[in-house]
Design a binder for this molecule. Structure first.
Ligand code: GCU
Length: 421
């Protein structure tokens, strides 16, 4: 091999390796190169006045911050519909009798339109309604456990021949869902495939739930209207509407959880819908818990370029222009206050900027304090595998971008703590 060829080959191999580890090159992973920036103050009204008390936060500043995120980041979603149409299509025993399973189809219209196929595992031995974790899954309900009673999704999937799932993928995401652990601790798990709400590719919003809500003459959502993340979040709220009618679930104790793009989604769901009692974001990164202004790992420009359908079109204005954003992601966390929020990072997941994820929780604290809700219980970012938790919780665990049993143990402990269990 001549030298030139060798260099080309080496460069190619290196770039493949960096992509495989989820850390594309040409982005900053060096803390000393994080630009200096000023964060917008969650406790300053748009006219510059300070938010003096909890009442002013609730009645003035919180609605203002929520509108800013709708207008500039995720887009506006339709109003809560008067009702959803739910039908229990199957139920039975699971996990060798340790759990019960229920499958519920939710429709947004009486006839036609997308169907949200919801899978619920509850502890077999429970007397009364149980608290629940509600989260979207990436690859279909059949991947969440090895349970043969769960049908293989028929929807478009990212992985799979011709974007169709097969029975081979049954149980392949089981380590991310830890059903046994969850039910053993007395919680239900409620999950559905995010592609039931909106398939995750850029098709100009022709599929999924967006077309149901277009105004007359509109071909796609306007620049301040919902992208896919907001649609997934809105779908989670529709599942919550159903859970409010399901007597096996304690509707006051539903935590919303998500990983990665779906961790961005769980944060937005929690911000838009205060009925979620706890909000959990696992390795959510850019557009999730990580501060955009840090430009560490993934940037606003990169996310808008690679995933043009995730955010609203207005978010493109902040490509390479983060300092002009009227918000940053600490204000997203603050929208949850005084509800408990848990943010988790992984040591090798530098693309998602672990420090930026921690700092969002940290800089949301003033709002929690104003509401007398405590804070994070730590001044500094904790060491790896040393979780901190007060009303806000955070950990960075050993390992890669993923959801693991370690993460779930922290979330279960956090829920127990806040529910007084
Ligand atoms: C990509 C994307 C991230 C996202 C992740 C995921 O890496 O850049 O923003 O969180 O996919 O959802 O798996």
């Amino acid at each position: 091999m001549n030298t030139r060829l060798r260099i080309v080959t080496l460069t190619l191999l290196l770039s493949l390796a960096s992509t495989a580890s989820g850390q594309p090159k040409e982005f900053n992973y060096d803390e000393s190169k994080v630009p200096k920036f000023n964060l917008p103050d969650p406790l300053k009204l748009s006219n510059g006045d300070s938010v003096k008390d909890a009442a002013a936060w609730r009645s003035e500043r919180r609605p203002q911050v929520l509108e800013l995120f709708r207008e500039h980041v995720y887009g506006r979603s339709p109003k809560k519909p008067r009702r959803v149409f739910a039908e229990v299509v199957e139920s039975g025993q699971a996990l060798e009798g340790r759990a019960t399973r229920k499958q519920v189809d939710i429709r947004l219209q009486r006839d036609g339109g997308p169907v949200l196929h919801v899978l619920i595992y509850s502890p077999a031995k429970s007397n009364g309604p149980t608290p629940a974790f509600l989260g979207l899954n990436f690859n279909g309900n059949h991947t969440v456990s090895n349970d043969p009673a769960v049908p293989v999704t028929k929807n478009w999937v990212r992985r799979g021949k011709n974007n169709r799932a097969s029975a081979d993928s049954r149980g392949t995401s089981a380590s991310r869902w830890q059903v046994d652990r969850i039910v053993k601790r007395g919680y239900s798990l409620v999950t559905l495939y995010y592609g039931d709400i909106d398939p995750d590719f850029d098709d100009g919003f022709k599929n999924g739930i967006h077309p149901l809500y277009l105004k007359k003459g509109q071909a796609k959502p306007a620049a301040d209207e919902w992208g896919s993340i907001a649609a997934w979040a809105w779908g989670l709220s529709r599942v919550l509407d159903y859970l409010h009618t399901d007597e096996s679930i304690d509707q006051t104790k539903v935590a919303v959880i998500g990983h990665s793009r779906l961790g961005k989604t769980s944060l937005w769901a929690g911000a838009e819908d205060p009925r979620f009692a706890i909000v959990i974001s696992n390795n959510s990164g850019c557009g999730g818990a990580a501060l955009s202004r840090r430009r560490f790992g993934e940037t606003v420009k990169r996310i808008n370029t690679s995933f043009p359908h995730w955010f609203c079109d207005n978010f493109n204005k902040y490509n390479d222009n983060e300092n002009e954003l009227p918000v940053d992601q600490h204000m997203l966390v603050a929208l949850m206050a005084p509800r408990p929020v848990y943010i988790a990072s992984a040591e090798q997941d530098r693309w998602a900027d672990p420090r930026g994820e921690f700092l969002s929780a940290k800089f949301a604290e003033p709002v929690y304090r104003l509401l007398n809700a405590g804070g994070l219980g730590a001044e500094q970012m904790p060491a790896v595998d040393k979780p901190v938790a007060d009303r806000l919780g955070y950990h960075i665990r050993t390992g890669k971008h993923d959801v693991t049993a370690y993460d779930w143990d922290r979330y279960l402990d956090f829920a127990d703590k806040h529910y007084g269990r």
